[in-house]
Ligand binder design. Structure first.
Ligand code: HEC
Length: 160
């Protein structure tokens, strides 16, 4: 677990400035992430999440969760492209509460002052719908990523 974590921490720092900034703030006075509503993911929820993903997220994150081309390279406007949500990205490095908060309130909710093209969905999707989209994304991951993310979520919930 610790080696796995270290590897992913290195990859994250190299690949993604936002997460590095976030890691710096998380030990300080970063705003607490919202608790994601708890409901077991059912086949129906995941199917709903898939439709909601296609309608709300696929235009940027890709129909197959593949992200925007060249997603590690900063755009001319200084912002980052949309990363993949499949196992090649780092969505699976984040606890449920962070994924929920980012989707509901945008990245600046976890990295104060951070400018991003990721919209906040709090006026567009209900909490249940946001959870369904995240459950759908999680359902596409291989066991390793799913297991890792479950551990990150468990330790996040113990710490809060
Ligand atoms: C208008 C384009 C756009 C749409 C639509 C969009 N996103 Fe994003 N999203 C982004 C961008 C750009 C980033 C990377 C932000 C950055 O680093 O500045 C991002 C980042 C994220 C992250 C953080 C990923 C990570 O690895 O840190 C999550 C989670 C996320 N989006 C979820 C969603 C979900 C769920 C939806 C649909 C409900 C969605 N996004 C719709 C553009 C978009």
């Amino acid at each position: 677990m610790s080696r796995l974590y270290l590897l992913s921490a290195v990859g994250t720092a190299v690949a993604f400035v936002a997460v590095a900034a976030w890691a710096q703030t998380s030990s300080g006075d970063a705003p607490a992430a919202l608790a994601a509503p708890k409901a077991p993911a059912s086949v129906t929820t995941i199917a709903q999440g898939e439709d909601l993903y296609a309608a709300n997220c696929a235009s940027c994150h890709g129909a197959k969760l593949e992200g925007q081309p060249d997603w590690r390279r900063r755009l001319e406007n200084g912002r980052m492209p949309a990363p993949p949500h499949d196992e090649s990205g780092h969505t699976w490095h984040h606890a449920d509460s962070d994924l929920f908060t980012i989707t509901k309130l945008g990245l600046s909710a976890v990295v104060p002052g951070y400018e991003s093209d990721m919209p906040a969905f709090d006026d567009i999707l209900s909490d249940t719908e946001i959870t369904a989209v995240i459950d759908y994304i999680k359902s596409t991951w291989p066991d390793r990523q799913r297991g890792f993310q479950a551990e990150v979520t468990a330790s996040d919930e113990q710490g809060s």
